[in-house]
Design a protein around this ligand. Structure first.
Ligand SMILES: Nc1nc2c(c(=O)[nH]1)N[C@H]1C(S)=C(S)[C@@H](COP(=O)(O)O)O[C@H]1N2
Ligand SMILES: [Mo]
Length: 319
């Protein structure tokens, strides 16, 4: 069924008027509200190169069992207090500086140790599987946290499609980088493009979310439009934004914050209240919009689901 969907979209992936309207009703049939906007944006972008119509498109979702029963953070906080260093390192910078970020057309290449490497258009990513709304905790290594209704589906959906080869042991992710669109990046001290990685079994875990939206709509630019990862049991910097490449490989990939400060940020980066950051305790966190600190939970509260991935590992050593 999924493969059929993808091939129908591939067929319709033409700019002929007829195909355009067919695909439009096809997307509508899938329940993507505002599909006309998603598809039409490609055309309006020809007229106005700085259009940002892609962000803010309504998405229709199905409910998911992955939902924490906690107060959802205000959308205004989540979209105005960001880490997205490509657009500057102050928390308010991404909301200001990412406004004209061009996210359409967009292609994600999935490659490396796989049987069928493939480039996915954003339209394909939006329709490979039903979009789920999942309410996750997100915990930044800096000790602030949020609860967000993300939209997407398990990354495993895409990984299974390309069929990892036996040599694939890790997944490397790469963000989009264009110094012309991201002039603030060079003052932030990080090397770009931003890169991240997971072990293949972590990446295949159903909680690892390929995320295309939040609060009922496609992702705002500052939150990683048009597609990002959300890995709720790890510190926020693992949840890489604006992904253009996903590469399966046999060796552990480099990660941006580990490269920047290897003694402070490891490859695993699992949320762990018992392992302090060299410069601060990780035992507590502050929810945006609240005054009192919360206790930080092991694996950010997802122990039941993910602890078995790390059985027998020294979590202080593999931090
Ligand atoms: N490409 C890229 N991805 C990134 C970052 C970044 O600077 N660049 N920051 C990370 C960090 S530290 C966090 S906490 C989250 C923040 O996501 P949010 O701004 O949507 O809350 O994005 C992560 N993904
Ligand atoms: Mo973070």
């Amino acid at each position: 069924m999924l493969i059929k969907l993808a091939s129908v979209l591939a067929l319709a992936d033409s700019t002929r008027k007829e195909a355009y309207f067919n695909r439009r009703s096809f997307l509508r049939g899938l329940g993507i509200a505002g599909a006309a906007t998603v598809v039409g944006e490609r055309f309006s972008s020809l007229l106005s190169p700085s259009t940002t119509a892609f962000a803010g498109t309504k998405l229709t979702t199905i409910k998911s069992n992955y939902r924490v029963d906690e107060k959802i953070s205000s959308e205004n906080d989540v979209t105005h207090y960001n880490n997205f260093y490509e657009f500057g390192s102050d928390k308010g910078d991404p909301a200001k500086n990412a406004q004209n970020f061009r996210t359409s057309p967009w292609v994600v290449s999935v490659e490396g140790e796989v049987k069928t490497p493939r480039k996915f258009s954003m339209d394909e990513i939006l329709t490979l599987a039903p979009l789920e709304e999942r309410i996750y905790r997100h915990r930044c290594v800096e000790r602030w946290s949020i609860v967000v209704p993300w939209i997407g589906y398990s990354l495993s959906t895409v990984l299974k499609l390309v069929e990892p080869s036996p040599k694939a042991k890790y997944v490397a992710f790469e963000s989009f980088y264009d110094p012309k669109q991201m002039p603030q990046a060079r003052y932030t001290g990080l090397a770009y493009p931003y890169v991240e990685g997971l072990r293949l079994d972590e990446a295949m875990h159903p909680l690892a979310l390929l995320c295309v939206g939040m609060y009922g709509e496609t992702l705002p630019n500052q939150d990683g439009a048009p597609v990002r990862m959300v890995i709720p049991w790890k510190y926020g910097y693992k949840s890489i934004k604006s992904i253009v490449k996903i590469r399966l490989q046999s060796s552990e990939p480099p990660t941006s914050w580990n490269r920047q400060a290897p003694n402070e940020y490891g490859f695993y980066s699992n949320v762990n209240p018992n392992v302090d950051h060299p410069r601060w305790s990780q035992a507590t966190e502050r929810r945006l919009g609240e005054i009192y600190m919360h206790k930080t939970l092991m694996f950010n509260g997802y122990s039941d689901q993910v602890a078995s991935l790390y059985s027998g590992m020294d979590l202080k050593k593999f931090h």
